[in-house]
Design a protein around this ligand. Sequence first.
Ligand code: PLP
Length: 386
Amino acid sequence: MPIASRVSQLHLSGIRTVMALAAERQKRGFPVIHMEVGQPDFPTPAHITEAGFAAARNGFTGYTPNAGVQSLRDSVAARVSTSSGIGVSGANVCITSGAVMALYLTLMAIIEPGDEVLVPDPGWPNYISAVEMAGGTVVPYKLDPSDGYWMDLDTLSSKVSPRCRAIMINYPSNPTGATVSVEKMLKLLKFVEDHNLQVISDEVYEDFVFEGAHVSALSHASRERVIMISGASKSYSMTGWRLGWVVAREEVIQAVSKLVEPIASCPSSVAQAAVEAAINGPQDCVAEMKAAYKRRAEIAVSILEPAGLLISKPTGAFYAMVDISNSNLNSDQFVRRLLEEKGVAAAPGETFGHSARSSIRISTAASDDDVREGCKRIRDFLSLGN
Ligand code: PLP
């Protein structure tokens, strides 16, 4: 029996390819500095893990409602109300198995086959696979590194066809580490209002803005316009617990909750208990992780910027883009050789979009020493004219 064509048509991220190559190299007995994946290097804080254990011990191990337990939906609503300054209730929240699922189900809920979705270039590769799996068509829009990875609204306007339904945005950004100002956000939100688009704002790095406050799309637009995606993976170093959420008007939340049923029935009960403890417990762990990511970004900048290799200074998240245009290699060849010859794993720029094909993305979610040593090796590799 043949495998369905949607499988071969799926665009998978080049990040996982490098992860596999790096693991294989380690198996051969060679050490690797891991800067390829957005995997926080901190353990989940102990009080959060303990809440998950306690839930399991106390028998909280059954199915929950599709949209998650009410107390967690309310906790997420309270968290979002505080950070965005607008009142959101539990009815505006659907808990999912990670932000990745929140994103996919949101697209399934709001687009018809053939509808178009504007997707950032460079941007997180899963936006493309999620739009395509939902039957939509991806329309990439370029982000300009010299303008803090922002978009030109006139060019964007020329890309909006009558079939265009939504625009994906992501600040703080993976892969660029860029954040957004209130002024820019307001301009974009006026644009989406004028073009009658839905904004899907992926804010999973909302807790890691190095200067000033995070600018949430929710704070500045009508509730009808914005669907916010976020989760616990990055904020609380809980990637493997698989817990995320959608925050939107009730109609969207009801649709997403319905779609949860055939895909997962509900999110994990014990993960929900742990995340509830995370949201309602002390937040110093988040502040400590943010301070570490900021410090590591500064280490990377101090090595790559003087060598003229940093494309733009990261202002949030835990990523930076490095210019490899003087290497005569495409980004895929570059990361393979960097791994083999210098023992550093990085992600090829091409996987984040055509505009990033002369760059690589480094993740600074690694120890200070690894970030320092990894950046030095990248600099030396490039300065040898590879
Ligand atoms: N959105 C962005 C921009 C990401 O970088 C990631 C993970 O790397 C996610 C969403 C997925 O988060 P989750 O682990 O909650 O599925």
